[in-house]
Design a binder for this molecule. Sequence first.
Ligand code: NAD
Length: 473
Amino acid sequence: MHPHADPAPSAAEERARRLFAAQQQAYAAAPYPSAAQRRAALQALKRQIQRYQDALAAAMHADFGYRAVAESKMLDLLASTLEINHAISHVRKWMNPSRRRTELLFLSNSVTVRYQPKGVVGVIVPWNFPVYLALGPLAAALAAGNRVMLKLSELTPATNAVLRRMLGEIFAEEQVAVLAGELDDPTVFTALPFNHLVFTGSPAVGKLVMQAAARNLTPVTLELGGKSPALLLRNYNVAEAARRVVHGKSANSGQICVAPDYALVPRESVQEFAAAAQLAYAEFHETGTRAPEYTAIISPAHHARLRALLDEARERGATVLRCGEGSRLLLSARQMPLHLVLGADAGMRVMREEIFGPVLPIVPYDTLEEAIAFINAAERPLALYCFGHDAAQRDEVLRRTHSGGVTVNDWGWHVINHDAPFGGVGNSGMGNYHGEEGFRELSHAKTVFKRHRFFPIDLFYPPYGNVVQRLAL
Ligand code: NAD
């Protein structure tokens, strides 16, 4: 072989290309599934989630080392079902062409916009919600009438096996194909000339995905992460805010793209907030005789990364408070109790990197102006949480900061309301899905102008004479 010749494609690469070609062909043969067909596909998907709910929860438990069953059922399975239900109820309406007004000049003609399936959509899935972040985008893509290739995470082999089985039972591979562990080089996937790519994962990999997609001019939806602040305004109940933030930071052990990353707290309330956070954590997870229902950190590497963040913070002078001193009944070596970090400075990794785990820096501020400036000095986050009773102050925060979405007086709940778009901004991503926005994102909005028989188009033909002078600009 010539030393610079491309290496022979692996079996996995060949399979990916074959599946892509098969989906393209199937799409060309049946390019516009009816509303009834789309609803049937979504109904079947919903039934499979119900049938496989225990198998999926067990698989996620195996992949994480410990995954609270309630978290798997609520945050992966229920959330997926809500997204699918919403699409089932609305897809017929979303598919309706929309009639638009013509320019006055073109009166008597018609302009409509049709929403056409894009074709073959690639979906890249991270490990933290391996079901919801596969089936949510899948539901949007199916509602929009597309064929879908899913690339699942290498860190969730057990969940991938169940997903492959349950999807394989209801979808031919020309409609929905699953690629998982066998694809050790993910760039093989992003090299395919998809008609759209939905990527959920880190900003660093998001940039690589967008570069790869650019070679094919494939449009991308990037669902990324970042450091989502929880801002406590003065006069809000400190203990209540701390409890809600701790819930966001300990559900799935903080391994959530929209988990509050750090808390911005009025300087005089920092100690009260820290004490309330410890109490809330104990109330949630220290059950005395029962092992905590507490999801473990996904892998030894991520566990080591989180420990390294804490070690560095300690070495550089921050105070680290371990919550849940009483709970010794951890079931997995990778279950990591919540840690609060006081006195973190901007140079520490814990304030520079997305934490994505049960570590909560509590950052003091003096004036609202300073808090807003602190948020705006960082990359635009995926979410922002603002705890406050004063509507004018909250409004000021919302107007002067950027974030993908916002929950006021709590965390995260804006994400699982599927009648509203979900997406990032700037470093936390681009494009939206969920509900109608997901349908629109994965459809091509095709404008169709239809000329009326009696439209005097000759006016616009040369020779122009003095028609231009007669046009009123
Ligand atoms: P990751 O970016 O490491 O991996 C995500 C996926 O990309 C995996 O399937 C992985 O195999 C694949 N991948 C890796 N390298 C690739 C490449 N060069 N080309 C194509 N694909 C590649 O992210 P992760 O560790 O799985 O997840 C954690 C990150 O995801 C965090 O930043 C978190 O905030 C973010 N996240 C965002 C959302 C959201 O909805 N916005 C949801 C969950 C997680």
